[in-house]
Design a protein around this ligand. Structure first.
Ligand SMILES: [Zn+2]
Length: 535
């Protein structure tokens, strides 16, 4: 009961403290600057309380055997700063990979072995939280408690970002799956909080296609009802499948009749769909800004979006912390050029071999610096990789001291990350068991088509003999959707979206070997920098 009372009170306080756009941008400017100055202090406070002073902290299991104390960390930070300290810790084995963090594989360091549970990373100091999930509803998918105080902090970035791109008060629409998917509900709440509520919320998935428990349904209802009560109604989600991109294009073109800009916040591939639909229907999108997330904005996707006179802003988020980097307005920047929100997140990279592949990449390790963070991250990987560099930009973000951040991908399709241990098991074990052949007779190949859309081919080796292609495809999608430990990010919404877009097709061909001659469960058919497959 206590939990529900806290939820309601937190929600009420959150709604009542909403700002005007002008207040939001003024507050953003002051607070971001202030937090950059207090960055080391904030990191040390959080480390002292939530790691060294929190007996259940999973990090202690790594720190104690190495005899690393809070005083050590404090002196390293004062001598060499946060990032250098994080590198020292990483070298000492103080980090978690994404699979370790999610408890999918045990943590093995010299002389230590244990398994994590995701709940171990929950911030114990949150008071009024609601829960969203980026995985399936019933499994160990990513469960995130979002605190209203945290959202209050996060929305300052929205104000800053919108203002930077000249659209602080422009009309906004979302195209994200309904709750419990995180970005739809979170961004609706955040934009309402800075006085520019989302006008339409389109959802790629219909509510009745998802299983959501009563508690979450009740929580969502309450969020909508209380916003109405306090005179700040949120847009109710409207179903618009991937084949209905026209609806979003139509909304944007109407908004542009009255405003010089409008904002569509969605997945990068979904944005491309809107632009294709607009071009086909001869709708004007000149001035529209697509804030795109969920997958990297590739050069091809950026080109497609710009070809209709719109522009694209990459927004990089991790489900455990929300948006942590976003693009600036520097002309001709690389398509995935972002700035890291360095006041609340620290990031370093380390060489990492991608599981189930022969790629070596610079994998990100993230650290949360904000007291209201839903998860306490200290050098935690999220399965993606890229580059971090300083300088090279003279924008407002750089002025604040936010480093340049480029992220390459995880394997994703329409914002849905699917390569993980479950996926591997389905390809290598379950499909051969059901339809014949061996573990290397099936392979998923990802490539980007000429329109910038992700296409997936499920290769089935001719060796397997005669098969019913529809049955194999159907079984593949069902296995993904119902995996006990479902793939990360909206396993349910994701497979639903793939079905709509007919993104996966079966091809009878031999799986493709890597340069080193290995057959792996997935193969990226792209000529990107990230594609440096080493022999
Ligand atoms: Zn910049």
């Amino acid at each position: 009961m206590q939990k529900y009372i806290r939820f309601v009170n937190g929600l009420r306080k959150f709604i009542q403290s909403r700002m005007t756009p002008e207040e939001a941008i003024a507050s953003a400017r002051t607070q971001l600057k202030h937090r950059m100055l207090a960055r080391e202090e904030n990191f040390l406070t959080l480390a002292e309380k939530s790691i060294f002073g929190y007996p259940r902290s999973p990090y202690l299991k790594l720190l104690v055997p190495k005899q690393i104390t809070f005083d050590d960390v404090k002196s390293w930070v004062s001598q060499n700063g946060i990032e250098q300290t994080l590198r020292v810790l990483q070298n000492e084995g103080i980090y978690f990979t994404v699979d370790e963090f999610k408890g999918k594989i045990p943590v093995v360091r010299k002389g230590i072995e244990f398994r994590c549970e995701e709940s171990m990373f929950d911030n114990p100091f949150l008071s009024c939280a609601y829960e969203v999930r980026s995985g399936a509803t019933r499994s160990a998918g990513t469960r995130i408690r979002i605190d209203f105080d945290y959202l209050n902090q996060r929305c300052l970035y929205d104000a800053f970002l919108l203002n930077h791109h000249g659209c602080l008060t422009s009309p906004i629409a979302n195209w994200f799956p309904v709750f419990p998917g995180a970005p739809g509900i979170n961004s609706s709440l955040r934009f309402a909080h800075i006085g520019n509520r989302v006008q339409r919320w389109f959802s790629q998935v219909a509510e009745d296609q998802l299983n959501v428990n009563w508690e979450k349904k009740w929580g969502t209802k309450l969020i909508f009802t209380m916003h109405s009560l306090y005179g700040s109604s949120l847009a109710e989600p409207e179903y618009a499948s991937l084949n209905d991109a026209y609806k979003i294009a139509e909304w944007a073109s109407q908004a542009l009749n009255e405003h010089s800009t409008c904002v569509v916040y969605t997945f990068a591939a979904s944005a491309v769909r809107v632009c294709i639909a607009a071009a086909e229907a001869n709708l004007n999108l000149r001035g529209a800004k697509f804030f795109v997330t969920g997958e990297p904005l590739t050069p091809q996707k950026k080109k497609e979006i710009e070809s209709v006179g719109a522009s694209a802003v990459p927004v990089y988020g991790i489900s455990e912390a929300g948006v942590i980097a976003a693009g600036c307005d520097t002309p001709d920047a690389a398509s995935d050029h972002c700035h890291l929100y360095k006041d609340t997140t620290a990031a370093i990279t380390h060489k990492h071999r991608v599981p189930h592949s022969d790629m070596n990449v610079d994998s990100f390790l993230f650290t949360s610096l904000l007291y209201e963070s839903p998860k306490l991250l200290l050098n935690v990987g999220m399965g993606d990789y890229g580059e971090i560099s300083t300088g090279g930009c003279e924008c407002e973000f750089a002025e604040l001291g936010f480093d340049t951040h480029r992220s390459y991908e995880k394997l994703t399709g329409e914002g849905v990350t699917f390569v993980d241990t479950d996926f591997i098991r389905i390809i290598e074990k379950e499909l051969p068991e059901k339809f014949g052949g061996r573990s290397t007779d099936y392979q998923l190949v990802e490539h980007e088509d000429a329109r910038g859309l992700t296409q997936l081919q499920l290769l089935v080796s001719p060796r397997v003999g005669s098969i019913n292609e529809n049955a194999v495809l159907g079984a593949f999608l069902v296995l993904l959707k119902t995996a006990e430990d479902s793939p990360e990010s909206w396993a349910q919404s994701g497979t639903e979206m793939w079905k709509q877009s007919k993104m996966v097709r079966i091809t009878r061909d031999s799986p493709i070997a890597t340069a080193s001659g290995k057959i792996l469960p997935f193969y990226l058919q792209k000529n990107k920098k990230s594609q440096a497959v080493k022999a």
